[in-house]
Design a protein around this ligand. Structure first.
Ligand SMILES: NC(=O)c1ccc[n+]([C@@H]2O[C@H](COP(=O)([O-])OP(=O)(O)OC[C@H]3O[C@@H](n4cnc5c(N)ncnc54)[C@H](O)[C@@H]3O)[C@@H](O)[C@H]2O)c1
Length: 260
């Protein structure tokens, strides 16, 4: 089977959480499709110690810049969007930065709850706010693509705090799509299933055992974990003109997990 050819020549794309994992591959694909890419992350180096994402994109002939950004801080998000103006202004905002915090609803500390919600929910909310405000001020409506999760709609053991933060991403996507449509701005989300990255450091053995024993983590119908390469095309599609009549949508890329 062939691949769709994407063309984002002349467009500026911000990808948060782009140092590693899914965001890194999404940033790379936009760079290969001709976009100027702002790689926004708290870290410049990827978790596996490989070459930084902006250098990878440049090595492949693209245009990219690393902008150190903590998405929990709205001032830093505003500075990020201001940095995009040097490339003409943000056209596509990918709110992808996220973290996983495991733990039971019976004993999680308030600080841990706040930490995961600050990145996953608040980072997505204010990332959307600052990008949309800039698009409206420039009179250049673009689009937002958020990274939701299978956890936006499916509960698993020992991760109510993560699931609720991703449930928030689902409703931030839908509510923002509703409000921003009159400005011509589309807002969608990609919902990954189980993806092979270095993300699940906090996943406990206990949680895995419980999930298996209660048959909640059903086998993925396609029979394998996904890869960042499996996901990236969904972001390009949702950000493209081919998705011009798609907004408020959550596109599952999960090997069929959510059909259970
Ligand atoms: N891997 C999976 O199985 C899976 C499944 C569903 C959803 N997701 C979501 O996909 C997104 C990417 O996850 P991944 O698997 O690539 O994980 P990852 O850990 O490889 O990458 C996450 C990136 O986010 C960055 N980050 C963390 N906190 C940040 C902050 N405050 N500000 C800016 N950047 C920050 C990290 O430095 C890292 O580069 C996350 O939103 C995650 O919730 C992942």
């Amino acid at each position: 089977m062939g691949r769709l050819e994407a063309n984002f020549d002349g467009e500026t794309v911000i990808v948060t959480g782009a140092a590693s994992g899914i965001g890194r591959e999404v940033a790379r694909r936009f760079g290969a499709a001709g976009a100027s890419v702002l790689v926004a992350d708290v870290a410049e180096e990827p978790k596996d110690g490989d070459v930084p994402t902006h250098e990878l994109i440049e090595d492949e002939g693209g245009t990219a810049e690393y902008v150190e950004t903590d998405v929990t801080d709205r001032d830093q998000l505003e500075a990020l969007v201001a940095a995009a103006r040097e490339f003409g202004g943000v056209d596509v905002m990918i709110n992808n930065a996220g973290l996983y915090v495991g733990g039971s609803v019976l004993d999680l500390e308030p600080e841990e709850f706040d930490r995961v919600h600050a990145v996953n929910a608040r980072g997505t909310y204010f990332g959307t706010q600052v990008a949309a405000t800039d698009m409206i001020e420039r009179g250049e409506p673009g689009c937002v693509v958020n990274t939701a999760s299978i956890s936006s709609s499916h509960a698993q053991f020992d991760q109510v705090q993560y699931d609720s933060s991703k449930g928030a991403v689902r409703m931030i996507t839908r509510g923002s799509a509703l409000e921003l449509a009159e400005h011509g701005i589309r807002v969608n989300a990609v919902a990954p299933g189980q993806i092979a990255t270095e993300f699940l450091e906090g996943w406990t053995e206990e949680a895995t055992e419980k999930a298996a024993s209660d048959d909640l983590l059903k086998p993925v119908p396609l029979g394998r974990a996904g890869t960042p390469e499996d996901l990236a095309g969904a972001y390009l599609y949702l950000a493209s003109e081919d998705a011009s009549y798609v907004t408020g949508e959550m596109l599952y890329v999960d090997g069929g997990w959510q059909v259970f």
